[in-house]
Design a protein around this ligand. Sequence first.
Ligand SMILES: Cc1cc2nc3c(=O)[nH]c(=O)nc-3n(C[C@H](O)[C@H](O)[C@H](O)COP(=O)(O)OP(=O)(O)OC[C@H]3O[C@@H](n4cnc5c(N)ncnc54)[C@H](O)[C@@H]3O)c2cc1C
Length: 388
Amino acid sequence: MCILGQIEGERMKNVTESKENNHDVIIVGAGAAGVGIGIVLKKMGIEHIILEKEDIGSSFRKWPQETRFISPSFTGNFFGMPDLNAISPDTSPAFSLLTEHPTGEEFAEYLVGISEVFDQNIEIGVEVCKVSKIDGLFQLETSRGNYTTQFLIWAAGEYQFPKKDSFVGAELCIQYSKIESFLNLQGDHFLIIGAYESGFDAYTHLVRAGKAVQILDGGDNIDLINSDSSYSLSPFTRDRIKETLSPKNYFKDARVTKVEFLDGKYVVSTQNNKTFTSVSKPIDCTGFEGSLALVKNLFEFDERYPYLNERDESTITEHLFLVGPFVKHRNALFCFIYKYRKRFAIVGETIAKALNIDPETVDEVLEEYKLGNFYLDDLSCCDNECVC
Ligand SMILES: Cc1cc2nc3c(=O)[nH]c(=O)nc-3n(C[C@H](O)[C@H](O)[C@H](O)COP(=O)(O)OP(=O)(O)OC[C@H]3O[C@@H](n4cnc5c(N)ncnc54)[C@H](O)[C@@H]3O)c2cc1C
């Protein structure tokens, strides 16, 4: 919960006047996106600060202990094929973590490590509670007083903001993002609502723990094959489930409409008129609302996703940028690190130009990001299907 301007019970003085709290650029969130764009700004010599409400990589630390990256890490950087999970072209989680599919905790360590290497200016324990734009400057009210900035980069992510109302009775379920470890869940039989990456992740770990599991798919994700990994289950997940998934435990076209607690049992009803029951709380894996609610007045939306111009800037608020998994252009959803990292340099380049940063330095950074395959400005490339 956001408590404005309070630290350890003491009311903070309003620090808008304090020079340290006025910045050229403020980045909100020190996850993969915030640290990644921070590195670009640092390399370009743009003054900035990252405000983080908890700790570097805190969302990754909140993943269930057993959960691992679905996208593989492999050190190919120096041959122009950077590690898919790297957030800067000169680093590789495979190299520093020595694993192909890091856990959330491991990946957070990678983020901490590279924040140190790039000497990132991160203020931890600062929660941004309210953002407004007054006379051309963003005013941020935070748990540690007020900040102002010319440019604001929103990188507050999605994981800590789950969907709460995908169906009636969602509050009776356990949200995937609240599970610390699947091994701690009490019970022998579980119903999983939602059969995409997080649903099948829960399925995999519970089956491995010897539990009986039924998974309810609102559509038909097993048969949905798409060349874009944002719209189709990953090979890692397909490999994990193929031995155990069967019509006895997987139900397609079973969109859940209601969950009730009746006579000591959870009763789950679906749109295709089926009911399922379990003694344990059903697990809600229907996804994330995202953090944009806090700045929703500063963006225009097309249902879930904000409209952005070709530089990932809000179409209604100049100098407000979005980085991370909620960036979407036409059909191209930048929800994986290997996708959204390709927009960091575009945002950096735009801000650098506006701040009249030395063009030679900026060009050097752009060259590095282009060579490292970390730069995508032609958005027409992402709409086509592969033929093989
Ligand atoms: C289970 C799971 C598995 C995934 N696997 C993969 C994968 O294999 N490969 C991949 O590329 N992607 C994967 N993703 C997607 C991945 O999580 C996101 O790409 C990534 O976490 C997004 O990073 P981010 O920096 O945008 O957000 P986050 O990592 O959530 O960082 C946002 C930060 O902002 C902070 N914050 C939030 N609100 C405020 C505020 N008001 N004030 C200050 N700070 C704030 C948070 O504490 C957090 O530290 C997975 C996601 C999930 C849920």
